[in-house]
Design a protein around this ligand. Sequence first.
Ligand code: F6P
Length: 340
Amino acid sequence: MKIGILTGGGDCPGLNSVIRGVVRKAILDGHEVLGLRYGWKGLLDKDTVNLDLRSVSGILPKGGTILGTSRTNPYKKENGVNTAKENFKSLGLGALVAIGGEDTLGVAAKLSQDGLKIVGVPKTIDNDLEGTDFTFGFDTAVNIVMECIDRLHTTAESHNRIMVVEVMGRHAGWIAAYSGIAGGADYILIPEIPIDIEKVCSSLRKRHERGKNFSIVVVAEGAFFKEENVCLQEKKLDEFGHVRLGGIGHTLGRLIEEKTSFETRVTVLGHIQRGGSPTAFDRVLGTRFGVKAYDLIKEGKFGRMASLKGKEVIDVSLEEATAKLKTLDLDLYELASIFF
Ligand code: F6P
């Protein structure tokens, strides 16, 4: 059989571990693997590359994706779905592994209902995909942010400053909460709970009254003030209807300085969180997901997605996994707020 594989949406560390997992197991069983370049675009343009043992040699520690990625949505292209179906056939694909987040896998779910033999692998640093305890990429992002918070601590303390750190997390505060707890943040702001600026400032004042002369505030890019909308870098929508977020850190920093008179600085971590080598956890999870994706194909379980539940890698329906987003577990936020 010829098995196709693609990576779509924002890249993240661990994508190459999945690709390697699929290719190694499929070749071991005597199949061929065809990489589709730049996500769904590769299927629409028939832009492909053969993946053999040599192509995946040495890619495990590499960040990004050897296949390239894009946010192409076949459902937004003229004749996109028919082209996808025709190309699937003319490329001789027996099955396809789609690696992505809510958008890429949302397309995979629909195409699978339309009769294409597709299985999914959940990816996103945001960890906001329903149906899996964790997505790969999240652990690496959290560790990067944690290290940055550690570094910001020493400069904050030296200058008696408040440091606001803006992290990724479009709809969910997973990165903010995990990195904030791990880095000992003094306040964490997430998209799930609108920002109450008076509460933030009063907590920071109390901390300084206790004798602390610096503070670290972690804010997710998707967090917003009670009476306002999310901060945007650009209003233009991508093919999945998303705007470009960013800017909440600066607005927050300005307000905190104004209201508390504590000198404040802002760091926006941005794509640093998505780049570079994956952690051991993400390499192992990516490898397990890749092998599972191949096994799902072997078992004919199309329309399913590899998923981590506790210690087990199981499979869940692509349709259910993409029906809604997995927002932050608020018990975890309550635990984090013990330290505010
Ligand atoms: O992968 C998800 C994410 O990291 C979001 O947190 C963020 O809003 C988005 O990607 C930004 O992606 P890009 O700059 O690639 O459009």
